[in-house]
Every structure is written in C-alpha cells, then in structure tokens.
Design a protein around this ligand. Structure first.
Ligand code: GAR
Length: 196
C-alpha cells in the first residue's frame, strides 16, 4: 500500500531526510510529493530541492495563519497527498486544516507525551529531572501536542546529559520511529477506509 506524503517543516529537516531514506531503502512504501516550509531559509527546502522533490516556501503570518494554511492545502491537494507529515514544523495548526485533513496529519514530538508539550521539550525534561524521556508520534488534533498517540520510544536521561547530548539521542530515535509509525498508521487507516 503506497502513500502520498506532503511534509511541513520549519528547519533542519533531519526527520524529513530520515523519511526520505526509509523510502529509498524500501522500508516505507511512500512517495514524498511536496515539502512545504514557513521559513525561506529552512535547510529542509534545500534537501528537497537536491532530491528533485517539489519544495515550496509559503509566507507565514501569525496575524492570519489561514493565509499559510489555505495555500498549503491547495498544494497538498494538488499533489493528492494522503497524509500531512509535520517534521519539525514549529507552528500551531488551526482547526481549519485539521478538519480538512481529518486524522491524516501526523506530528513527531521530542518527549513522551503527554509530558512536556510545547516548545523545548528536551530542556523541559532536563529541568524537571525525569530519568526517562523519548519521542512520540501522534495524530494532530485541536489540542497542542494532544492528539491520539501512534508510537513512542523511550530514551534514558543520563546524569551527565546536556541539552545537546539528550536531544541528539532522542533525535536518533525519532529518525527510526517516524517512518515506522507512518507505515503502520497509514496501512491501518487506508485499510479501514477501503473496507468502509
Ligand atoms: C525534532 O526534534 C522534532 O521532534 C521537533 O523539532 C525537531 C525538528 O528537527 N519538533 C517539535 O518540537 C514539535 N513540537 P528536524 O528539523 O531535524 O526534523
């Protein structure tokens, strides 16, 4: 079962690249149809361009989030994307887009949700002093980092961890977890739609 993926990313794009590599290795049967960024300088855009994946910058304004979302939706629908993959997309998604792609927007977050929602999750985990953190893939709903959980991976927090060392170990696990979670969830959802 092959999926058509549209990715939204604001920055570095290492999760985007991990998904791309997983597809190239034949582990995830999917096509990356378009990469959209709210940040003109995002390295993720460059990664997409180098691989000849359509890459589009769309200006984002907090005053009118829907300008971005309407344009993004047009692009995602033009490319007939089955799923919208948030990969380091650092903006709130409004109910408008969530309803438009109901149950088909996924996000990865660098903590074991429901702990440490929002920004700087790894720093929050260190400050709280937890001994285990990790990463979570979830369906995006109206609540920030609050949608149903699809997959999680725990990462031990070491006594000598810095923000950099903990973030780096969590990121390694994100790169394994996200492609697997997309495959499992995608197969489940599309099968249920075919059978409905
Ligand atoms: C990742 O750690 C991802 O979990 C996090 O941003 C980073 C993006 O890295 N996302 C969030 O914090 C969303 N709340 P990447 O651009 O290299 O994939």
């Amino acid at each position: 079962m092959s999926f058509r993926l549209g990715v939204l990313a604001s920055g570095r794009g290492s999760n985007f690249l991990a998904i791309l590599r997983s597809i190239e290795k034949g582990e995830l049967d999917a096509e990356l149809c378009i990469l959209i960024s709210d940040c003109e300088q995002a390295p993720a855009l460059e990664i997409a361009r180098q691989r000849s994946i359509p890459a589009k910058y769309i200006r984002y304004s907090k005053k009118d989030r829907q300008v971005f979302e309407r344009e993004a939706a047009v692009q995602l629908e033009n490319y007939a994307c089955d799923f919208v993959i948030l990969a380091g997309f650092m903006r709130l998604v409004t109910p408008w887009l969530i309803q438009r792609f109901s149950r088909r927007i996924l996000n990865i977050h660098p903590s074991l949700l429901p702990a440490f929602k929002g920004l700087k999750a790894q720093a929050q985990a260190l400050a709280y002093g937890v001994k285990i953190s990790g990463c979570t893939v979830h369906i995006v709903n109206e609540e920030l980092d609050g949608g149903p959980i699809i997959a999680q991976k725990a990462v031990e927090v070491r006594s000598d961890d810095t923000l950099e060392s903990l973030s780096a170990r969590i990121l390694v696990e994100e790169h394994h977890l996200y492609p697997k979670a997309i495959r499992h969830y995608g197969e489940k959802l599309l099968k249920s739609q075919v059978m409905a």
